[in-house]
Write a protein that binds this ligand. Structure first.
Ligand SMILES: Nc1ncnc2c1ncn2[C@@H]1O[C@H](COP(=O)(O)OP(=O)(O)OP(=O)(O)O)[C@@H](O)[C@H]1O
Ligand SMILES: [Mg+2]
Length: 271
């Protein structure tokens, strides 16, 4: 992918992603996008952050470039690097540079996972300067007027050491995400998994019980994503107890007592 050959169309979302409105998040995001304010989406794993960004990119008709961050990621992975090929060296833009050039929404998923020296490369893009320095190439890439940076982060499980610096967080507006309210979550599980509403209601009931255990032996509650998984297995004919055990108990904890507690919740609701 050279800097001159990227077709923004390849990053356009053509089919409307299914997104169930939870609150006034669309209105708020739209207002932020209007002024190209960088946005931070905070919330537990599997509660709808990525789906929301996909939906907003679709609604705004803007390309979306998503980057899953991890601790091995370097600034070059975002910005770009020189590659060797048979004709010598060739510069290759990283996803952040591509997004800045084509006016995409760039979604850095789980940005706290990246090292701080990686995170700081986004600073000039997220204030009045709106440019990305390509140090290795000695070039400044001015962001396209449509470019917007969005980061996600799960405030729950990261250690304090891994928290973002204030000089980073204070460059963003933020939206809080959480598991959707009961009725909405039932609608999501029904639609996404294909189970009937009564089954979806049961799955959500189990989740509500388990979410009360967060901080009392569970690091995270059962996510909406896991409820959809459970529903998908049930919709394909697996019995509810096996489906729940595979998706809502075993992935969550290795603690035998906690597994018993969760199994009991499944029994109570489905038994
Ligand atoms: N509001 C919603 N509308 C439609 N589907 C939703 C909604 N919220 C959650 N989902 C369902 O939950 C799944 C997980 O959501 P998503 O991938 O957006 O989570 P996430 O918050 O980005 O999680 P992570 O932090 O792990 O990346 C989606 O694939 C979708 O099936
Ligand atoms: Mg996500």
């Amino acid at each position: 992918m050279s800097e001159n050959t990227v077709d923004p169309k390849q990053y356009i979302i053509n089919d409307e992603p299914y997104y169930e409105l939870v609150s006034d998040e669309v209105e708020r995001y739209q207002a932020a996008y209007n002024v190209r304010m960088p946005m931070m989406l905070k919330g537990p794993t599997g509660c709808g952050k990525s789906r929301f960004v996909e939906y907003m990119a679709y609604k705004l008709g803007k390309p979306l470039i998503t980057v899953a961050c991890n601790e091995d990621m370097t600034a070059s992975d975002l910005v770009g690097r020189f590659l060797l090929d048979k004709d010598g060296t060739k510069w290759q833009d990283g996803p952040l540079t591509t997004a800045a050039r084509i006016g995409a929404i760039c979604y850095l998923d789980e940005v706290v996972e990246a090292r701080q020296d990686t995170t700081v490369v986004i600073h000039p893009l997220t204030d009045h300067r709106r440019y990305l320095p390509q140090d290795k190439k000695g070039e400044l890439v001015a962001a396209h007027p449509d470019f917007q940076l969005v980061i996600s982060y799960n405030p729950g499980y990261q250690s304090l050491m891994k928290d973002l610096k204030q000089s980073t967080t204070q460059r963003f507006g933020a939206l809080d995400f959480d598991y959707p309210a009961e009725k909405i979550e039932v609608a999501i599980v029904t639609k996404e998994s294909g189970v009937d509403q009564a089954t979806a209601e049961k799955l959500v009931q189990i989740a509500h019980r388990a979410r009360n255990l967060k901080g009392h032996g569970l690091d995270e509650g059962i996510s909406t994503r896991l409820l959809v998984y459970a529903g998908q297995l049930i919709a394909k004919g697996l019995d509810a107890e096996s489906a729940c055990s595979m998706t809502m108990v075993t992935p969550l904890t290795d603690d035998p007592d906690m597994r018993d507690t969760l199994d009991a919740a499944v029994q109570t609701v489905f038994g």
